[in-house]
Structures are given as C-alpha cells and as structure tokens.
Ligand binder design. Structure first.
Ligand SMILES: *[C@@H]1O[C@H](CO)[C@@H](O)[C@H](O)[C@H]1NC(C)=O
Ligand SMILES: *[C@@H]1O[C@H](CO)[C@@H](O)[C@H](O)[C@H]1NC(C)=O
Ligand SMILES: *[C@@H]1O[C@H](CO)[C@@H](O)[C@H](O)[C@H]1NC(C)=O
Ligand SMILES: *[C@@H]1O[C@H](CO)[C@@H](O)[C@H](O)[C@H]1NC(C)=O
Ligand SMILES: *[C@@H]1O[C@H](CO)[C@@H](O)[C@H](O)[C@H]1NC(C)=O
Ligand SMILES: *[C@@H]1O[C@H](CO)[C@@H](O)[C@H](O)[C@H]1NC(C)=O
Ligand SMILES: *[C@@H]1O[C@H](CO)[C@@H](O)[C@H](O)[C@H]1NC(C)=O
Length: 510
C-alpha cells in the first residue's frame, strides 16, 4: 500500500521525536567516582605496616533496601556479584575487632581500620524489604582481600531506578576497602566457589536491569571522562558515540577455563604490545603473539606474563625493587612521548607511558611502573582502560572497543535487544583459544609506520639498557641510587602504598 510521500515524511518526524525520549528511557547513566577521602587501609597480611594507602578505584553509589541505604561500591567488570559490607564488619573503625571471639580473618589480624561511614555500610535491620536465602557467601580477590557473609535479597536503586528482588551478599567480615558491584557474567558468580553452595547461576544485577524492562539488552558502556579526570560513566543499555575515535571494533570473548564451554569473564584476544616514541624514531615490539587479556575495571594496574613484564622493564630501564614489590625507574620528562600500543587487531589502543607510572612525592625522582606479573592472562586495569571506550555485551558474549576521545559533546544511543551497535565494525582478527595457535594474526603491533622523518634519516638508537636484576636490586636502590642522578632515595613503602587494588574474583570451577 502507498502512502503519500508527505505523510511518510511527517510520520518519520514524529517517530524521530518520539524515539529520542524513548531512547533516553532505555539507558541508565551511572556516575563513577574515585573516593575523595584517602583512608588508612591495611591491604594484606604480607604488608606489615599500616599503610597510608592511596586507594585508587572507582565507585558507584547504590541504594540498597527500603528505605535505600546509600553505599559506594567498586564497579567491577572482573567479578559478577554485588556485595556490601555489614554495619557490624569488625574491620570498620569503631567496631570491636573480635565480635565472635576470633581476632584473625584468613590469617590477617582483625584491626578496625576501614572508614566505613564514608563508604557506606548496610544494616539489614533497617530495611523492610530485606530477606535472606539461607546460603553463606565467601569470595576472595586477587589482591588478597576476602569477604565472608551470607546471601540475601532486597531492592536496589541506581540513578533513581528501582530494581526489586536483587540477589546480593552481606559481608559480615571483609577487609576489602569497599563493597563491590560485580558487573561480569553469571558464569563467574561466587555461588559456585565453595562447599554447600547452591551451585547455580542467578540473575545478577546487569541481568536484573533487563528482566525489569529498564534496558533491552544486557549491555553497558564504560568509559572514564579523560585521563586526568576523577570520574567515569557507566551507560547501561547505551553507547555514547561522541566519546570514541572513529569506530569501535567488536571482539568475541574468549574462554580461559577448561572446565566450561562458554566464556566466564571479559577476556578478549590481545595480539601484541609495542612501545614507540615518534619524536625519537624508536619503537620496540614487546610481544607479538595472541593471549587472553581481561578487561577489569576493578583493577588499577596492569598484569602481564612474567617475560613480558621483564621485557617492558628492560625497555624502560626499570629495576625491580623488592621492598616496593614493583619495578622502579627514573621519572621520564614530561616531553617523553613513549606510548604503549595494545594490539587488538584493527584497533591499536594507545596508552601513554605516563599513564602506567606511579609518580613519587615531589622532590623524588623515581617512578613506579604499574605493571606486575600475573601469569598467562593479561589484566588490563583502569590505568589502561582510561584510554579506551568499551561496550560490554553480556547477551552476545562480546566486547566492542575503541580509542577514548575526550569530548564535551554527548550523543547517547540506546541499544535494542537485537542488531549491531552504532559506529561499530566486527573485527576480523583471529581469536586466542586454549591449546590453539598463538601466532598473532596482525602484521604489526603498530597501526602505521614511524613518521616520514624517521625513514629519511634513520636514527637507530639502542636504548641505554640497565641490567634488570630481579632480586638483589632493592637494597642497592635504597642504599645507593643505581639510576643516575637521583637526588633522593625512595622511601620504602611510598610505592608499596601505591600498589593498587586488583578486584577480580578468584574462582574455583568444578
Ligand atoms: C540486627 O538486630 C539484631 C537483634 O535486634 C542484632 O543482634 C543484630 O546484630 C543486628 N544486625 C545488625 C547488622 O546490626
Ligand atoms: C554459614 O556460616 C555460619 C557462621 O560462620 C555457620 O555457622 C554455618 O554453618 C554456615 N552455613 C553453611 C551452610 O555453611
Ligand atoms: C552473619 O551475621 C548474621 C547476623 O549477625 C548471622 O546470622 C550469620 O550467621 C553470620 N554469617 C556468617 C557467615 O558469619
Ligand atoms: C569468626 O569470624 C571470622 C571472621 O568472619 C571467621 O573467619 C571465623 O570463622 C569466625 N569464627 C567462628 C567461630 O564463627
Ligand atoms: C630521545 O633521545 C634523547 C637524546 O638521545 C633523550 O634525551 C630522550 O630521553 C629520548 N626520549 C625518548 C622518549 O626516548
Ligand atoms: C607460528 O610462527 C612460527 C614462527 O614464525 C612458525 O614457525 C610457525 O609455523 C607458526 N605456527 C603456525 C601454526 O602458524
Ligand atoms: C648526572 O650528574 C652529573 C654530575 O652532576 C652530570 O655530569 C651528568 O651529566 C648527569 N647525567 C644525567 C644523565 O643527567
């Protein structure tokens, strides 16, 4: 049937105007913030001193119960459960350290040291909609923190939207700096992790947003508002097409667990890593083979296989400091343009060297390298994710990733149940798989040759290498500076204090 062309035109207009409202309704924007207060927190049993910890993680505010109790939770793509500390957590300042006669928690002395009032704690007695489901909760994180308590059900509100009957855990005891809103896949939920667990997947928070009709696809974008910024944004159900360069590239999740046949975590294929300085016409390939890399907003730093970490350190002239537990190097000048290239196939994610350094106090000349050995799986924490725009699509087990672009503009598209994302291209790069060929499918880890001036007058420089001696070096670092011209030694602990949270579940699949 034909309609006059003019009415189609008007119809389109009406639909368009209408759709804008609808679109905004199908997206929930959530602000991420670094907690403003710096608090004292003893990270793990390995570290003896009480540290003046510069915690560095992003939290979102969650309203829990009726009436809502506001609690700041770490937004974590590396785990899948929502849990909050109980008001009675003996690690909270002001609480008794031994509520049940013990003074230890997984071998750590219980010392009230967390400023729980500013982060928020949960008191189930104050919620009229609270109920328990009769199972204990227990989880452990990579940074050595633990959380023990029990599973419960209550209403959760975020950004003014209410989600009833959300399963979460109340942690009677936890030495983690804050609760966690785990936004990973149900396969990674901690219910599988211990004896007597219900051993089934439940619909976690992102799933519940869809179940309640608040979003159409279990999907969210996560980006940080600029590299120096202290905030970020989660868009449940939406993509802001103003916040990335050119296109996003869609990569399938890869499965790193032999016991299961579907991916459980946000691991994607990394094809390699390089470092380049355009001003000096130097570039080095650190690694050029496929490996799984976890996109983990709950971690701050970067984890990589040991040989990769050693190669990065060698390239940067960093030496391992035993007492800091980190590689240290003389701080590069502000004009140093060395940049890491993370090769995801078509996308080469660029991360400035400066972003992966911990700066010392003023007057000191050493910087810490925010890279640690993490086994075969790479872990890309906030310091790297800050350079990226990432869409996590839990329904389709894929991730779309692009270079973040700081922009004052905003254009948020809601994402329907089916169909592709705006400005997004399916990556053609091959994927890592267990026991598969790990040869990279990309020609180069760099997206283009060095600038023309480099080719005309090749200044092939050998970087002044410092020997990387892993064990013995820390004494030297502190007694006599081995790097040239350091006026002050690092105070031990300074950098240690900056080893930052890594929040991803350690799971035990059966
Ligand atoms: C809730 O109230 C009960 C008894 O009234 C008390 O034993 C318990 O400690 C309270 N729980 C919390 C988390 O405050
Ligand atoms: C849950 O933990 C409590 C307190 O530690 C313990 O008494 C109880 O037996 C545990 N329940 C199960 C099912 O493990
Ligand atoms: C947690 O605390 C509640 C209330 O105080 C108690 O009933 C429960 O047994 C505790 N669970 C664990 C695992 O300690
Ligand atoms: C007491 O609490 C600690 C911390 O939750 C726990 O590790 C320990 O098992 C508890 N002991 C008893 C006897 O419930
Ligand atoms: C570039 O080379 C100059 C001179 O060799 C050196 O001082 C500078 O540190 C180098 N910069 C980088 C980024 O490697
Ligand atoms: C992987 O690369 C190595 C070195 O280039 C080559 O010898 C090998 O045949 C390649 N393996 C496969 C399966 O392509
Ligand atoms: C280190 O200091 C010495 C003496 O102060 C100076 O001669 C030398 O050039 C400095 N080296 C560097 C790399 O700045």
């Amino acid at each position: 049937m034909f309609l006059p062309i003019i009415s189609i035109y008007f119809l389109t207009l009406i639909v368009k105007c209408f759709r804008i409202d609808v679109e905004q309704e199908r997206v929930i924007a959530l602000q991420l913030r670094e907690p403003a207060n710096k608090k004292i927190w003893k990270r793990s049993g390995n570290f003896e001193a009480t540290l003046n910890q510069q915690d560095y993680f992003y939290t979102v505010e969650v309203g829990l119960g009726t009436p809502p109790q506001n609690i700041k939770c770490i937004f974590d793509t590396g785990s899948s459960d929502l849990w909050v500390p109980a008001k009675t957590n003996p690690f909270c300042l002001g609480n008794e350290p031994s509520t049940n006669g013990t003074t230890q928690f997984y071998g750590v002395d219980i010392v009230p040291s967390l400023d729980c009032d500013s982060i928020g704690v949960f008191d189930p007695n104050l919620s009229t909609t609270f109920s328990t489901i009769g199972y204990n909760f227990s989880t452990q994180y990579f940074d050595g923190s633990y959380s023990d308590g029990y599973w419960a059900i209550d209403e959760v509100s975020i950004s003014g939207k209410e989600v009833p009957n959300v399963q979460f855990a109340v942690a009677n005891t936890s030495n983690a700096p804050a609760g966690v809103l785990g936004a990973g896949l149900p396969n990674l939920e901690a219910v599988k992790g211990y004896d007597g667990a219900p051993n089934e997947n439940y619909d976690n928070f992102p799933q519940m947003l869809k179940n309640n009709g608040l979003i159409d696809r279990v999907l969210y974008s996560l980006f940080f508002d600029g590299v120096d910024s202290q905030s970020g944004t989660v868009l449940f159900g939406g993509v802001d097409v103003e916040k990335f360069d050119e296109n996003l590239f869609t990569l399938p999740l890869v499965n790193i667990y032999e016991q299961i046949d579907q991916p459980a975590a946000f691991d994607v294929t990394l094809q390699g890593l390089g470092i380049r300085s355009e001003s000096n016409c130097t570039e080095t390939v650190i690694s050029h083979k496929m490996a799984p890399a976890l996109l983990d907003s709950g971690s701050t730093i970067m984890g990589a296989p040991e040989d990769v970490v050693e190669k990065i350190a060698e390239e940067l002239g960093a030496v391992f400091s035993e007492s800091d537990g980190l590689y240290v190097l003389s701080c590069p000048s502000s004009s140093d343009d060395r940049t890491f290239y993370f090769d995801f196939g078509e996308l080469k994610l660029k991360v400035p060297l400066q972003d992966l350094l911990f700066l010392p106090d003023s007057g000191q000349s050493y910087c810490g390298l925010a890279v640690i050995a993490s086994g075969d799986e790479w872990i890309l924490g906030d310091l790297i994710l800050k350079s990226a725009y990432i869409v996590y699509d839990l329904d389709n087990l894929e991730v779309s990733i692009g270079q973040f672009k700081a922009s004052s503009g905003t254009s948020i598209k809601s994402i329907g149940a089916k169909g592709s994302l705006p400005k997004t291209i399916q990556s053609k790069a091959s994927s890592w798989s267990m026991n598969g060929n790990t040869n990279a499918s990309t020609k180069s880890v760099f997206d283009q040759p060095l600038p023309k001036k480099c080719r005309q007058s090749p200044t092939k420089t050998c970087p002044a290498k410092q020997k990387t001696v892993k064990r013995e070096v820390s004494q030297i670092v502190y007694n006599e500076p081995i790097l040239e011209n350091s006026s002050t030694n690092l105070r031990p602990c300074r950098l240690l204090c900056m080893i930052l949270a890594m929040f991803y579940s350690i799971i035990y699949l059966q």
